[in-house]
Design a protein around this ligand. Structure first.
Ligand code: SAH
Ligand code: MG
Length: 210
């Protein structure tokens, strides 16, 4: 099932890093995961301003689930001042740090999906360390340095239920196409851990647990 244009347009009007075809593939993968695994929620690691979150929340709504959207909202290394993906509009001027939480909340409100997306504000590894509910679908799109990517894989991949899905963003086998960590620290370890690749859409890889 395709995402209705009303939602896709809000998603595409939201600051972020998810192209439309990858967002549609993410949405489809979440619906399939929900069909394969009853009841369990979705988890997104790395929401930024909520662009990908809208696609997932729309799938959650259709499937009768929720998506927990985990992010400390202080930005990844590559979002900080002086880096390629920095946007000065998302800096809290008084604090002097990024704060994308208000943008996420606004995006969820605009899309009408506040009942299906639950922001969890904190460092991913810290949240994962206290998280016990398994997930039908985990989407990893958090920090793309080696350390945070490794911690995301270690913290969240064990929570994918049997038959469930692990989706990974910004996976680039060829170094010419982008950074290494999602490929080396998340994707390759997932294959080693027995996840099976189901689809590739741009930088999005969808794997399932046998
Ligand atoms: N999925 C988003 C893009 C996410 S960008 C979209 O579709 O546009 C990566 C996000 O990961 C940033 O918002 C950053 O704050 C968050 N992040 C990076 N490292 C993190 C960590 N260790 N814990 C929690 N969030 C983290
Ligand atoms: Mg990404």
């Amino acid at each position: 099932m395709e995402l209705p244009d009303s939602w896709r347009n809000v998603a595409l009007g939201t600051k972020g890093f998810m192209p439309a075809d990858e967002g549609d593939a993410l949405h489809a993968a979440a619906l399939e995961a929900a069909a394969a695994v009853p009841e369990l929620p979705f988890v997104e690691v790395g929401s930024y301003c909520g662009r990908s979150t809208i696609w997932l929340a729309a799938a959650a709504r259709t499937a009768g689930r929720v998506v927990f959207a985990v992010d400390h909202h202080r930005g990844s290394e590559e979002n900080q001042r002086g880096w390629e993906h920095h946007d000065p509009d998302v800096v809290d001027g008084e604090v002097g740090l990024m704060d994308t939480l208000p943008f996420l909340r606004r995006a969820l409100f605009d899309a009408g999906v506040e009942d299906w997306a639950i922001p969890v504000v904190g460092r991913s590894a810290l949240v994962a360390a206290h998280w016990t509910t398994p997930a039908s679908f985990v989407f990893i799109d958090g920090g793309h340095g080696a350390e945070p990517a490794r911690a995301d894989f270690a913290g969240w991949s064990p929570l994918v239920a049997p038959g469930g899905t692990l989706a990974i963003h910004d996976v680039f086998p060829d170094p010419a196409d982008g950074g290494r960590a999602p490929y080396e620290e998340v994707y390759l370890p997932a294959l080693s851990a027995g996840f099976v690749e189901r689809s590739v859409t741009g930088g999005l890889r969808v794997l399932t647990r046998a």
